[in-house]
Design a protein around this ligand. Structure first.
Ligand SMILES: *[C@@H]1O[C@H](CO)[C@@H](O)[C@H](O)[C@H]1NC(C)=O
Ligand SMILES: *[C@@H]1O[C@H](CO)[C@@H](O)[C@H](O)[C@H]1NC(C)=O
Ligand SMILES: *[C@@H]1O[C@H](CO)[C@@H](O)[C@H](O)[C@H]1NC(C)=O
Ligand SMILES: *[C@@H]1O[C@H](CO)[C@@H](O)[C@H](O)[C@H]1NC(C)=O
Ligand SMILES: *[C@@H]1O[C@H](CO)[C@@H](O)[C@H](O)[C@H]1NC(C)=O
Ligand SMILES: *[C@@H]1O[C@H](CO)[C@@H](O)[C@H](O)[C@H]1NC(C)=O
Ligand SMILES: *[C@@H]1O[C@H](CO)[C@@H](O)[C@H](O)[C@H]1NC(C)=O
Ligand SMILES: *[C@@H]1O[C@H](CO)[C@@H](O)[C@H](O)[C@H]1NC(C)=O
Ligand SMILES: *[C@@H]1O[C@H](CO)[C@@H](O)[C@H](O)[C@H]1NC(C)=O
Length: 325
């Protein structure tokens, strides 16, 4: 208690000598300069003979004593352009040097308090963000993340491409884009854009929504005369699809051949839809070709099929009367 009071007396003496704290500064530096900075600390003349000065930082505590440097020697030095100055020089300023620096005399009189703010353009933290390709299962909650550093704190905005060439703002802000119960139609290219006054950075995330294959045929019964062409059409959805093909009544896979022409048309732009048509070439159909054909879609987990029956037109009127009755 007594010692503390004594300390206060000394402090008071220095207080009047130095006329109090000299600088209370906020130094803000755009990091792009990546340069050096000098934090001032000076005592008005006359300087007490054997006075010495220390620099402290909130993070690292005691940094220097006199001209000696105790921490970060590669980057820090004490410059004395005049006997009454102990300026702290920081080389190759990095974001990690953002801190509050105080310069004290060895009797604990504060000479300067400097809050050093290192500003920087946005930087994508790829390790903490979602990768370029993101796969989610239909029905799950999709979450895409863009973690961005930078000062002032960048504003992050999300866009969707709608499979086009122009990005469309989703009016979602922040580091995450969440799509609860994601549906297959949400599969697309998304972009996050992070911006502050020093610049902007963007990242593309291509989201794939996995779902089990589904098969649909355009018409379950197709009528064709002998000598005519017949088109059996099928639409397959699924992601990822391992295989899509037609089989004949014997279960044999029919690929493009002199008799059959298999037309496979992806919907394009990454839409997980494939149109697969089996066209029986004209002047080919014989009595043996009537019967059931099957459109097949396979994922690694399942195999889905739907049949089309190829019939003689003569059977049509019979079928119609059946349905009408
Ligand atoms: C420095 O910044 C702090 C926090 O932003 C503020 O409270 C203070 O007034 C500023 N000081 C000066 C000298 O600009
Ligand atoms: C300055 O030196 C004198 C004598 O050498 C000593 O008594 C005094 O404590 C010193 N003051 C400081 C602040 O080091
Ligand atoms: C200065 O302050 C530090 C901690 O804040 C303390 O350890 C030290 O004894 C003080 N020195 C003087 C001379 O009061
Ligand atoms: C999706 O999120 C909702 C609430 O946010 C939660 O109730 C649900 O269980 C989540 N679904 C899955 C598949 O994780
Ligand atoms: C988008 O692509 C279409 C077709 O490729 C093209 O006609 C159109 O000009 C493009 N729009 C932009 C904004 O690039
Ligand atoms: C994102 O993708 C679009 C469309 O392919 C492309 O034009 C753009 O350059 C990409 N942006 C980045 C940051 O990769
Ligand atoms: C297609 O099916 C027919 C039977 O209708 C069969 O004779 C033929 O070999 C099959 N083609 C191929 C390429 O598997
Ligand atoms: C084709 O399949 C349908 C339905 O599975 C069946 O009713 C019909 O008898 C089959 N036709 C032939 C020729 O096998
Ligand atoms: C399907 O399984 C095989 C073998 O397990 C694997 O090599 C392949 O990558 C899988 N395909 C898809 C689309 O998941």
């Amino acid at each position: 208690m007594f010692i503390q009071e004594k300390g206060m007396v000394i402090l008071f003496v220095f207080c009047c000598l130095f006329a109090g704290v000299q600088s209370l500064l906020n130094i803000t530096l755009p990091r792009k300069q990546n340069g050096d900075v000098t934090l001032p600390c000076w005592i008005p003349e006359p300087v007490p003979k054997n006075i010495s000065v220390r620099w402290y930082s909130a993070k690292d505590s005691w940094l220097t004593f006199g001209t000696r440097v105790y921490k970060h020697r590669t980057y820090l030095s004490v410059q004395k352009p005049a006997p009454n100055e102990w300026n702290l020089h920081i080389k190759n300023l990095a974001q990690s040097f953002a801190d509050v620096y105080t310069c004290h005399t060895d009797t604990n009189v504060t000479v300067s308090i400097i809050s050093l703010v290192v500003e920087s353009e946005p930087k994508m933290e790829d390790g903490l963000s979602t990768g370029k390709y993101y796969t989610v299962t239909e029905g799950d909650n999709a979450t895409m993340k863009c973690v961005v550093s930078g000062k002032p704190e960048p504003i992050i905005e999300w866009f969707r491409w709608f499979r086009g060439n122009e990005s469309y703002p989703l009016n979602v802000y922040g580091s995450q884009l969440k799509i609860p119960g994601v549906q297959r139609y949400a599969a697309d290219l998304y972009t996050c854009k992070a911006k502050n006054k020093h610049g902007e950075v963007k990242k593309n995330i291509s989201m794939t929504v996995d779902f089990e294959p589904e098969v649909d045929v355009m018409s379950p019964v197709v009528y064709a005369k002998q000598g005519e062409a017949a088109v059996l059409s099928c639409v397959v959805q699924g992601s990822p699809l391992v295989d899509v093909y037609w089989t004949d009544k014997g279960g044999n896979r029919n690929s493009t051949w002199w008799k059959y022409w298999i037309q496979t048309i992806p919907a394009g732009n990454g839409i997980p839809v494939i149109f697969i048509n089996m066209i029986i070439r004209p002047a080919i159909i014989s009595i043996h070709d009537y019967g059931n054909y099957t459109c097949n879609a396979k994922s690694n987990e399942s195999h889905v099929q739907k049949g089309v029956e190829l019939k003689k037109p003569e059977e049509k009127s019979a079928d119609d009367s059946l349905t009408h009755n």
